[in-house]
Ligand binder design. Structure first.
Ligand code: HEM
Length: 306
């Protein structure tokens, strides 16, 4: 439904296009999390989320501020040197709380009134209402998970869509080839469905190449070792911060705060795996002789629990 709305809107007034692209993932994720569809740019959830996402975007690279290395700084007074990000976090905390609380309270009220739409939050609250989920999941966890879907999903998807549009502007021949494939497989009487995906190999390559070429989170989310580990003969002591380098390049990108990336061979741009790594070449994943059979990239999804 949202994809159709996006496609229709993209054919409309060019002045509106920025918001149109952002509205697409916002509405999908708010529907999934809270059963809430976005129909206007003045949507109060979106306005609030934009403020919070903007604050997160200017809060420094993840895991790289002095505060991450010296957590005691959060307890020091605001004039104390090195407390900039602790003060920043304190300043934004009420807004973040509001962002977690507002849609949650709306859905709770709708559940009482019997008007709540099926969504993640309703399903989790109903499950919790039937008894403890795993002995430790609390209402706060459920509230946090719902709001995190927005923070995790909207910026990443919006950036990916903009990167895709940029790639199509730079490489109109790729757009023409994808369009021809769509026309041949789907025809002109309907829009593509997920069932068509296996029959659209070039489009699939285009998707992977967009995410490899400029993934939206170059260094993902830092992780923390809970025990000593040995990797290829190197000891990584317990308590180290580990950063998976999907596509950060020391020469091309801005410095990452205190983080020093010790290799400039980003996984998605590794020339031992991807020929012409900085080039946009969707066919690289197709088996020979159509392409070079290079592996589909995965590093941009990070190394977490999923
Ligand atoms: C192009 C799209 C996306 C990219 C590139 C992306 C990338 C990432 C990365 C790199 C991580 C860190 C994983 C780790 O190493 O622990 C992550 C985590 C996460 N993402 Fe995404 N993501 C995308 C879309 C989404 C969407 C659509 C959602 C929600 C609907 C989402 C929700 C999350 C959540 C909740 C986490 C934290 C998971 C955890 O705590 O283990 N992401 N994502």
């Amino acid at each position: 439904m949202e994809a159709r709305t996006l496609a229709q809107n993209l054919l409309g007034d060019p002045k509106e296009k920025n918001n149109i692209v952002t509205r697409f993932p916002s509405s999908i994720i708010l529907s999934i999390a809270y059963g809430h569809r976005v129909t206007s740019d003045k949507d109060r959830y979106v306005l609030l989320a934009d403020e919070v996402s903007g604050a997160a975007a200017t809060a420094g690279a993840l895991g790289s501020s002095l505060l991450d290395f010296l957590p005691f700084l959060q307890y020091m007074p605001s004039w104390f040197p090195g407390t900039y990000y602790a003060n920043y976090a304190r300043k934004w905390a009420p807004k973040v709380k509001q962002f977690r609380d507002l849609p949650f309270e709306d859905v709770q009220r709708q559940m009482k009134e019997g008007t709540a739409k099926p969504c993640l939050l309703v399903s989790e609250l109903e499950t919790l209402g039937r008894g403890p989920i795993d002995g430790k999941t609390t209402i706060d966890d459920i509230k946090g998970a719902s709001s995190l879907a927005y923070i995790g999903g909207v910026e990443t998807t919006t950036s990916s869509l903009f990167i895709f549009i940029l790639a199509m502007i730079l490489h109109p021949e790729c757009q023409a080839r994808a369009q021809a494939e769509l026309d041949a497989v789907v025809g002109s009487q309907r829009l593509p469905e997920f069932d068509d995906r296996d029959s659209l190999p070039y489009l699939e390559c285009l998707l992977h190449e967009t995410l490899r070429w400029h993934s939206p989170l170059p260094t993902g989310v830092p992780h923390f070792t809970v025990e000593d580990d040995v990797y290829r003969g190197m000891l990584i002591p317990k308590g180290s911060i580990i950063v998976g380098n999907a596509r950060y390049d020391e020469e091309k990108d801005k410095p990452l705060g205190l983080l020093k990336i010790l290799t400039n061979r980003a996984m998605s741009w590794d020339e031992n795996i991807y020929a012409n790594p900085f080039g946009f070449e969707p066919t690289r994943y197709l088996p020979a002789p159509l392409g070079r059979g290079e592996p589909r990239p995965v590093a941009h999804w990070g190394f977490g629990r999923r």
